[in-house]
Write a protein of this length. Sequence first.
Length: 175
Amino acid sequence: MRFLGRDPKAPADLVAALDLPRGEKVLAFAVDDNTGSTLAACTTELAIVDPEGQVTSRRPWSDVDTGQWNPDTWTLSITWVDRGRGSQYTFKEVETRLPEVFHERVQASVVLTTALPTTGAGQSGRVVIRKDLRTGELFEQVVLGRRTSLSDPAVAQAVARASANLRDQVGLPPP
């Protein structure tokens, strides 16, 4: 896999299938070895186009919770902030900058983040101020681990404090 230089130009059929709005472009793309679907890292979103040319998913970068590139298996693993089913894509022997562009776009959507102080075993979470890369609007996300619930008064209080602090730092009004 080559990571230096630029990705080849996106194929015309991919660009046509995506029907991107003015100003939006495909920054990097790669075909998944397992499904034949194409992942397209666009300016403001991650899109997936199946082998028949149908867009099967479009998600803004702010929907990505985490991504991990494994260079040994050429696999990109993605988790989503909505706790939906994670995704894995493999790109062996492909000339692409998709892993780097993926990382850069996700980071571009993160403005501020703070971990929540948790007291229970296995609890985790964070409050994040994200940017909608299409509009520039800032908004808050609360990302809680599987064993962490807002119904826990201590968690709710920690979220409220963290939220107020981050919102104040970026000039957002209280919720």
